[in-house]
Design a protein around this ligand. Structure first.
Ligand SMILES: [Fe+2]
Ligand SMILES: [Fe+2]
Length: 377
């Protein structure tokens, strides 16, 4: 029997993935909110089988034990960060492919260098804030995996990831607080995704949502920023975080490969839909709604400009450079009549399918390696 996938309306709450009105109808999070409660429906599983059943995971566990670093003493926190100068330099390196004529008739028509710089500073703060909130999501998800995964080797490894994620929350939180003077609230689409991941009762869905999708995107995004930024503290911070992050994605790929190879078409359908939903939510997030809101610009008026910005398009596409090959390795692209492959084609990200998957390349990110792989390659 052929499996029938749900439509966009059921998966995403909107029929068209690019329906701007529907995307903007999801309200942003109250910046003053201090606590957010999510229902966690999963079972906690004990295992009495302490044998070494999964050597690849045990190897990762050993790697993690020697790959630890101390956020307090290993990073140059004394670095003086002149935010204006840093953002200006980074903006010059990145450039904007936008033609100024496209500003005509939009709320930014009269913006000069000062306003664009200000926007860049807000954007940097917003970006690092989303990294921070995503890291807390990873901390919670990994603690959950320790409880829910039925395999001994995976419990051991996941416990090291809990420590890693605590360190990542620590470094992004400290950088925002000490160097950028505050933070943004969690992006509304990122929060939706984190809620969905934690809500789900099936243990492999935590891995798929976090290790494959969220961390796959993070690894690409950190790599991109690491390559561009000339700010030495941020550059080193990202380098250190990426050495952990590559291991985390590898943990997801190695664990799920075994599980997904044995799944039925109906079970794979749910995983494909979940991966698609996560991909769309993460793409929605890059509209930076919270930044425009803070700058008193009406999102609806600025949308045409955002959509036509070629720099944004390239950046956004690059973010899928880890996710797509990893989904391919897990069999998610091809199963059920190539359903996810077709969705990724619609999102224009399928071109990354044959790039290196993280199940193998994680050692290249180690702190003992002199040069890391270039973002996305
Ligand atoms: Fe992390
Ligand atoms: Fe991570």
């Amino acid at each position: 029997m052929t499996v029938v996938h749900n439509d966009n309306q059921t998966i995403l709450g909107r029929g068209e993935i690019n329906d701007i009105d529907a995307i903007l109808a999801i309200p942003t999070v109250d910046p003053n909110e201090v606590e957010h409660v999510v229902q966690n429906n999963a079972d906690s599983i004990f295992t009495w089988d302490y044998s070494l059943a999964r050597p690849q995971l045990r190897k990762l566990y050993e790697k993690a034990k020697v790959g630890q670093w101390n956020a307090t003493s290993d990073l140059p926190w004394e670095t003086d960060v002149d935010v204006e100068k840093v953002v200006k330099t980074d903006q010059e390196i990145l450039g904007s492919g936008l033609d100024v004529n496209t500003f005509i008739g939009t709320p930014v028509e009269k913006w000069g260098d000062k306003e664009w710089l200000n926007f860049g500073i807000e954007g940097r703060n917003w970006q690092l804030s989303q990294f921070l909130h995503g890291e807390q999501g990873a901390l919670i998800c990994t603690a959950k995996i320790v409880e829910t995964v039925p395999w001994y080797d995976a419990k051991l490894y996941a416990s090291t990831q809990v420590v890693d994620e605590a360190r990542h929350v620590e470094v992004f939180g400290r950088y925002l607080n000490e160097k950028l003077g505050g933070q943004y609230q969690v992006n509304t689409h990122l929060r939706l995704l984190l809620d969905d991941i934690i809500n789900d009762s099936r243990w492999d869905m935590t891995y798929l949502g976090m290790q494959i999708m969220v961390e796959g995107l993070a690894l690409a995004a950190f790599g991109f920023l690491h390559q561009i930024t000339q700010e030495p503290l941020l550059k080193q911070l990202l380098r250190y975080v990426m050495s952990d992050e590559a291991r985390h994605v590898a943990f997801g790929v190695l664990s799920l490969k075994e599980v997904y190879d044995g799944m039925t078409d109906a079970e794979m359908k749910d995983r494909q839909e979940f991966a698609f939903e996560a991909a769309v939510r993460m793409r929605d997030r890059f509209m930076q709604q919270e930044v425009w809101e803070r700058m008193d610009i009406d999102m609806k008026e600025i949308m045409p400009l955002i959509i036509n910005d070629p720099t944004r398009e390239i950046f956004q596409t690059m973010l899928f450079s880890k996710i797509v090959p990893n989904c391919k390795k897990l069999g998610l692209l091809e199963r059920n009549d190539k359903w996810l492959r077709r969705r990724f084609e619609e999102m224009s990200v399928i071109q990354f399918e044959d790039w290196a998957d993280t199940g193998e390349e994680y050692t290249a990110f180690g702190l003992d390696q002199e040069a890391m792989p270039i973002a996305g390659e």
